[in-house]
Write a protein that binds this ligand. Structure first.
Ligand code: T3D
Length: 262
């Protein structure tokens, strides 16, 4: 399937979505959202996909909403709640609920909802020259696309508040120090590190990784009792998987496991 605003590739268990509007730092348009929906339909329906990677073309990862799609002089004001309901929120939910790891390879600036998209991913690798900007406060908006949920959980209340209220630039190195992202790597190493990480994940016990993702995400809103019950339920599912049998057999036979992801 070919797209205009994204590049979609799928091979060897790894699906890659590359945001592809480099002239505007891969900012989101309505058309891009439609194409992202179509790409996610493919990812979710293809049982061979075991890891999703999202990245950007050029010097940006994503600069959030394309502001040229918004008309400050319009007499009929646009309902941004509808924009979130129709476009951003479903995308973030799909990333969070995808039963496999989602890796963000942040190749450049991630601003506004572009930063939120990166932070909604399970593992974030960022090039050393990349930066994260909560740009919303500069145009009278609030962090969206899950930003107000992710930020305090990742960096704590004080930093989340500072970043959201001031919109300061966070370098990739700072982001790693803050615990906002998994790792900052040299610019020229980003592609290789992303490939190695996604290959590793796509060969791992995907069913189990999907359950880990579910448990860790649910823990953020659960008390210990609820979480213990959830762990029991998810471990029950994990214990019935083919990958668990393979993992234990490989351990006992002192060989490398070959997981099928189910
Ligand atoms: O509306 C809704 O549906 C609600 C949801 C909102 C979600 C949001 O994401 S709101 C936040 C929107 N994003 C921003 O406010 C960020 C705007 N961009 C910037 O502040 C800066 O561009 C950056 C800090 C990201 C990067 O700065 P810099 O100096 O590296 O690059 P630049 O020169 O500003 O940008 C390069 C080009 O990309 C430039 O175009 P030009 O002049 O070369 O033709 C610039 O206009 C364009 N660009 C960057 N961001 C956007 C954009 N074009 C449209 N929309 C953008 N968001």
């Amino acid at each position: 399937m070919s797209f205009d605003t994204i590049v979609f590739e799928s091979a060897d268990g790894i699906a890659t979505i590359r945001l592809n509007r480099p002239d505007s730092l891969n900012s989101f348009t309505a058309g891009m959202h439609a194409e992202l929906r179509a790409a996610m339909d493919i990812v979710e329906s293809d049982a061979s996909v075991r890891c999703l990677v999202i990245t950007g073309t050029g010097r940006g990862f994503c600069a959030g909403q394309d502001l040229n799609e918004r008309d400050p002089a319009a007499t009929q004001k646009m309902d941004l709640g509808e924009s979130l309901d129709n476009n951003y929120n479903p995308l973030i939910r799909r990333f969070k609920n995808l039963p496999m790891p989602v890796v963000a390879a942040v190749n450049g600036v991630a601003a506004g909802a572009g930063a939120s998209l990166a932070l909604a991913c399970d593992l974030v690798l960022a090039a050393r020259s990349a930066r994260f900007i909560q740009a919303f406060c500069k145009i009278g908006l609030i962090p969206d696309a899950g930003g107000t949920w992710a930020l305090p959980r990742l960096v704590g209340h004080a930093r989340a508040m500072g970043l959201a209220l001031l919109g300061d630039t966070v370098t990739a190195e700072q982001a790693e120090k803050y615990g906002m992202i998994w790792r900052c790597v040299d610019d020229e190493a980003l592609a290789g590190e992303t490939a190695a990480l996604s290959r590793h994940l796509a060969a791992a016990p995907t069913h189990g990784l999907g359950l880990i993702k579910k448990a860790i995400n649910a823990s953020l809103g659960n008390d210990l009792d609820t979480q213990l019950d959830l762990e029991r339920d998810l471990q029950r599912k994990a214990g019935f998987s083919e990958d668990f049998d393979e993992g234990v057999a490989a351990f006992q036979q002192k060989r490398a496991a070959v997981f099928k992801g189910r």
